[in-house]
Design a protein around this ligand. Structure first.
Ligand SMILES: [Zn+2]
Ligand SMILES: [Zn+2]
Ligand SMILES: [Zn+2]
Length: 587
């Protein structure tokens, strides 16, 4: 309970503070069309309301995520900026990347069964979200509870999967050779029409960890915000292959820039940044564990790292203010004698606490419940208690790895606790927005298809056709990510929402669009799930968010179902059908 000031109980959250925070957030968006009310009339807690009439199709507001992460299972489908999710490289590199990762994945799956003797090389492809449901709204993420396919229970299934993967691999290789995939990845093969789809060249992380960015500005911003504390340092050539291949073009430029800035390609394995002792090798272990268990841990680490940095800055600026004040009282004290944060100084616990509170501010009003309590228990779980304990233990393992990597004598004891960590993970599971960014590869193949019939098109298709055949449905896979947004996370769910969220990767924003006319004073709603699902399925999916939906549509669906039951289970009367038609028309 040491960090209770970081996790105030919802009813004791100083309302004034919350109100001030959200009006700042709304003001920062530059479009005060909405306001946050801390308690809705129907007891759903926070809600976002329109402050003026908003016509259908209008943008309600546009927001930059506080943190976001491309789903790990999606990384093979889209090569995007680690920070802003913008597609990078060229269309050829994107296609080469997709094919390379597809082939690697199929190879792993098809040989997985034979290699089972050595303890089952940690789940191929299914790494993401193996534990607990992901809260990604609208992303269709349906990861199941943990611990199911252990101990080779599904040997038949594994075998079947392995055979299927083998067939698919053969199919891919019947259309493209490994050499062509490499030529596309390295940029030595150019495709016709691809020049129409210009993407920013990838800029690798300054420490060559394998992550790429859409430009030096994004790289620097990520480094400053959180990545300096979370970068795992130079990746082994094998693991870096995918990103490094695509980043090859930008590598030389980045190398030069690195040299100019005096940054070593490798960097130290253990170093102190912002007063935090960072052990890069331990970080790599932490990331590996998160990838194998729950990728949300990586997002949680971003929150904690950015909080540490903000707190360190708050401490520094508080201190320099104090120094300046002190210096002011001594006339002609000369240049400041306090060294710029090189020597760690003693800070009072009060100063540390105030600084940490300042750093934590974007999250203090968002949290609700710790992860292992917030998650809905899958139906096939026998013991709820055991299930929740397993999740708790998993979070504890993850945190242990993180604290081995990040040591902060000022804030660590309060911030890097299981309670705070579990609350951040819970926050994401309950509030995250699924973001989907359309792939330029899809646009490219559509452009090829839309060409006028004739010898020109035939010539182009001769080159692109085999790639399309090899990619199959994968050609259109978008970038899928999960993100936390300060304002959008306050929006309540409805199965017949008046808004939809769209992601614009061009400027790293998520836009909220009015799906119908919204009147001043009306609550803004979004759907956390696929609205085309029937009542029961919707309710089942919403269990993961910890509530029973009582929106107008659900109320009507339920009433209709009851009426149908009362009428002796006959054919559906006008009720349901009529309502569906009404909803359909509104869309
Ligand atoms: Zn970017
Ligand atoms: Zn890095
Ligand atoms: Zn509903």
């Amino acid at each position: 309970m040491s960090a209770s000031y970081l996790l105030p109980q919802p009813d004791s959250v100083e309302e004034e503070g919350a109100r001030a925070y959200y009006s700042e957030v709304v003001a920062a968006l530059g479009a005060p069309t909405v306001e946050v009310r801390l308690a809705t009339e129907d007891g759903k807690g926070k809600g976002v309301f329109a402050t003026k009439d908003i016509p259908e199709g209008e943008t309600v507001f546009t927001e930059v995520p506080l943190v976001s992460l491309q789903h790990i299972e999606n990384r093979g489908s889209a090569l995007v900026c680690y920070r802003c999710l913008r597609f990078v490289g060229t269309v050829e590199q994107q296609i080469g990347h997709k094919l390379h990762c597809l082939v690697e994945d199929l190879k792993a799956t098809s040989t997985h069964h034979q290699a089972d003797g050595d303890g089952g090389a940690g789940g191929s492809g299914a790494a993401a979200g193996a534990a607990g449901p992901s809260g990604a709204a609208g992303a269709g993420g349906d990861q199941e509870g943990d611990g199911e396919s252990q101990d080779g229970v599904d040997v038949d299934l594994d075998l079947e999967e392995a055979l299927k993967a083998g067939e698919r691999l053969e199919q891919v290789y019947s259309h493209v050779t490994p050499e062509r995939i490499e030529a596309l990845r390295s940029g030595s093969e150019a495709l016709p029409l691809a020049d129409d789809f210009q993407l920013p060249p990838p800029v690798p992380c300054r420490r060559r960890c394998g992550e790429v960015f859409c430009g030096e500005a994004c790289e620097a911003a990520a480094w400053e915000q959180f990545h300096c504390l979370l970068c795992i340092g130079p990746a082994p050539a094998e693991a870096a292959g995918a990103a490094a291949g695509a980043a090859a073009g930008a590598a030389a430029a980045a190398e030069q820039q690195g040299a100019e800035a005096g940054v070593q390609g490798g960097g130290e394995e253990v170093e102190v940044l912002h007063g935090v002792r960072v052990d890069r090798r331990s970080l790599a272990t932490f990331v590996e564990h998160a990838k194998e268990t729950n990728e949300i841990f990586i997002l949680a680490a971003q929150v904690l790292a950015s909080t540490l940095i903000r707190a360190a800055r708050a401490l520094e600026s508080g201190e320099s203010a104090a120094t300046t004040a002190a210096a002011g009282s001594l006339a002609d004290a000369g240049p400041s004698t306090s060294p710029p944060s090189q020597q760690p100084q003693q800070h009072t616990p009060q100063a540390c606490q105030a600084a940490l509170q300042a750093g934590w501010r974007p999250y203090v009003y968002g949290w609700k419940r710790v992860w292992w309590e917030a998650v809905a228990v899958p139906e096939d779980v026998d013991s709820e208690e055991e299930f929740r304990e397993q999740l708790r233990a998993l979070a504890a393992d993850s945190l242990e790895l993180l604290t081995a990597a990040l040591h902060d004598p000022r804030f660590g004891a309060d911030l890097l606790t299981l309670e705070v960590y579990g609350s951040v993970v819970g926050l994401f599971e309950l509030n995250n927005l699924g973001l989907s960014v359309c792939s330029p590869v899809e646009d490219f193949f559509l452009a090829v298809d839309e060409q006028e019939e004739g010898p020109d098109k035939a010539a182009v298709c001769k080159l692109t056709g085999p790639l399309l055949d090899a990619l199959d449905a994968e050609y259109a896979t978008p970038c899928e990510a999960t993100a936390f947004l300060a304002l959008q996370s306050c929006i309540n769910h409805s199965c017949d929402p008046n808004c939809t969220a769209a992601c614009d990767s061009g400027d790293r924003t998520a836009t909220l669009l009015a799906q119908r006319d919204i009147a001043a004073g009306e609550e803004i709603t979004l759907s956390y799930i696929d609205v085309s699902l029937p009542y029961k399925r919707r309710q089942a999916e919403l269990r993961d968010y910890g509530f029973v939906c009582k929106c107008e549509r659900c109320t009507a669906d339920l009433a209709a179902a009851r009426a149908k039951k009362a009428a002796g289970g006959g054919k559906a009367g006008g009720g349901v059908g009529a309502l569906r038609a009404k909803i359909g028309k509104r869309r």
